[in-house]
Design a protein. Structure first.
Lengths: 209, 365
């Protein structure tokens, strides 16, 4: 058994945010499927229950997203550093990481990226999270808030282009987040053990590779 | 004896004469012929069509009244013609007719409903403005109910169990849930912004304001551009994207296909799936209601599937579950399947390469 040096990668607020978000997003996916296909899916018992649960989970995820944003930008001050790919990442990093994932990994070559608290995402992760946290999450949250308040926010809805535009944006962003969920969960199993990354998100301590 | 007989005969003749005179007066009334519509109403409308002469209480809007079926049978058919002889000196003209005489079936249906005894016909319908169900705009339907039912109280009672109660009450006529109908249709009507630019409230557009936008052409021609009295999806899209009609929007209401007076609280309407589940024929029938000069609406059939189209036909009408677009369903499925490419594809090669990776890891150790 090899000895792994441990690094404190996930501070407590980030871990709390992550698991609240995870529970919220899974709830949103399940209730969302029932809301769109009610004659085929009935997980929550009734359509009304699915709507109420979806609304509450949506509010919690939107609030959790706001806390994440303010924590990183106001308290940790490293939002850009962590989530926005730099020049090197774009020029070489993304290709190098993709080459690792889709080729070198299968030959047992070590991961070229070594996570540190100041640089915990590899260039591919950064690109994916940039799209998710700065595009998909704000789109799904804002459209969700509009869909929850159609009557009082009708003016805003019409300005954007109507209820169907809002619904389509919400639906497509939600599908994209749902799709990412599969990839995200799978990628967590690529640590030195299948549960290593998941444990790190519970304890905060990650084994340095 | 002869004198007595002669006096009785004279009295009989006089009685018959007076009765016949009175009957003929009652039947036709002064100025009321049994001819055309104008003849039956003309004398009354000489005064009652002018608010200045009779006051707002007795004013009859001639444009709206002439359109009604009641105008065809004429004022004396419902109002006591005998008193008209002394009118307006006597001033009092009673309503002698009971609506049930003509509207028997409706009256019987209403008597069996939960609303019976709560209001008479006049409580909801003004006989001088009565419109047929096809001539009324969806948003006007709730005005009748709002005459008695306080909007805030209704909102509060529905909000106890109905998500987005304000939206439901705004977008649905009460009769959609509180009367029975086998099928439901979508009524589209034009709304216009009033008040502050970009912030004003949207309200159903009336004939005059739409006529100003339409200019010389007919209001319907703004949507039905080829004039075939049928609105295609392409025509709807053109209307929605035409910059000349920027302030106008199409709003929609789900209304019963058959209007009845069987008012009651229907428990199955508390099941959201009554409206929000899709089906093979769901939401296929829709109409555009265009206001006419006389205050009624002309309903024009729209090509099937307008409310199910993704964006352009009815951009501001969406019912979760019900009006989902099938192409978007497929796109969503493809996106989600795309998310499975990495776990399935990578996982497959990961499985195949497990021995190589294990050897490498052990070799390092």
């Amino acid at each position: 058994m090899s000895e792994h040096k441990k690094i404190y990668l996930h501070p407590l607020p980030v871990r709390i945010w992550h698991w609240i978000n995870a529970l919220g997003i899974i709830t949103l996916c399940i209730t969302g499927v029932q809301i769109r296909f009610p004659e085929y899916v009935n997980i929550c018992g009734s359509y009304r229950a699915a709507i109420v649960l979806h609304n509450w989970a949506g509010l919690i995820v939107a609030l959790s997203f706001s806390i994440w944003f303010f924590y990183y930008s106001m308290s940790a001050h490293n939002l850009t550093e962590l989530y926005v790919p730099n020049g090197q990442d774009i020029k070489r990093g993304i290709l190098r990481q993709a080459f690792f994932y889709f080729f070198l990994y299968f030959f047992g070559t070590p991961n070229p990226h070594h996570a540190t608290p100041g640089n915990k995402f590899n260039p591919m992760q950064k690109s994916a999270y940039l799209a998710i946290m700065f595009v998909l999450m704000p789109v799904v949250s804002l459209t969700g808030i509009l869909l929850m308040n159609v009557a009082p926010l009708r003016e805003l809805i019409l300005t954007v282009g109507g209820l169907k535009v809002i619904d389509i944006l919400h639906y497509l962003a939600a599908c994209s987040l749902g799709a990412f969920l599969f990839t995200h969960v799978y990628l967590t199993t690529l640590g030195h053990t299948p549960l290593a990354h998941t444990k790190a998100m519970v304890t905060g301590w990650e084994d340095a590779e | 004896m002869n004198i007595v007989r002669q006096q009785r005969a004279l009295l009989f003749i006089l009685t018959i004469g007076i009765t016949l005179t009175a009957t003929s007066t009652r039947a036709a009334g002064p100025g009321f012929s049994m001819g055309g519509t104008e003849g039956k109403n003309g004398k009354c409308l000489d005064c009652h069509a002018t608010q200045g002469k009779v006051g707002s209480k007795f004013f009859i809007d001639p444009v709206q009244y002439r359109h009604t079926n009641h105008a065809k049978i004429g004022c004396p058919a419902c109002h006591d013609g005998a008193v008209i002889a002394g009118h307006p000196a006597v001033r009092k003209v009673s309503t002698k007719t009971d609506c049930r005489i003509c509207h028997t079936d409706i009256a019987e249906e209403y008597a069996r409903s939960g609303h019976a005894g709560k209001a008479g016909c006049n409580g909801c319908h003004n006989p001088h403005k009565a419109k047929t169900p096809t001539e009324i705009c969806g948003s006007d339907l709730n005005k009748m109910c709002a005459g008695c039912h306080n909007n805030y109280a209704i909102m509060a009672s529905h909000a106890k169990w109905l998500p987005q109660a304000e939206l439901h009450i705004e977008m649905l006529p009460c009769i959609t849930c509180h009367t029975g109908s086998v099928n439901y249709v979508i009524n589209l009507y034009i709304i216009n912004r009033q008040g502050i630019p970009h912030l004003g409230k949207f309200v159903p557009a009336g004939y005059d304001e739409l006529k100003r936008v339409a200019g010389k052409k007919d209001i319907l021609a703004m949507i039905d551009t080829n004039g075939d009295n049928y609105i295609s999806l392409a025509e709807l899209r053109n209307f929605n994207t035409n910059p000349d009609y920027k302030g106008l929007h199409l709003q929609a209401m789900m209304t019963p296909e058959t209007v009845t007076h069987s008012f009651r609280i229907l428990d199955n309407r508390r099941d959201c799936l009554f409206c929000h589940a899709s089906g093979p024929g769901a939401m296929q029938t829709s109409y555009v209601a265009v206001p006419k000069e006389d205050g009624t609406f002309r309903k024009v059939l729209v090509e099937k599937g307008a409310v199910l189209e993704s964006l352009n036909s009815t951009p501001d009408f969406y019912m979760t579950g019900k009006t989902r677009n099938s192409i978007l369903n497929k796109i969503g499925l493809l996106i989600i399947l795309g998310g499975l490419v990495m776990p399935v594809g990578h996982g497959f090669f990961r499985f195949l390469s497990r021995n190589i990776r294990n050897r490498k890891e052990n070799g390092h150790e």
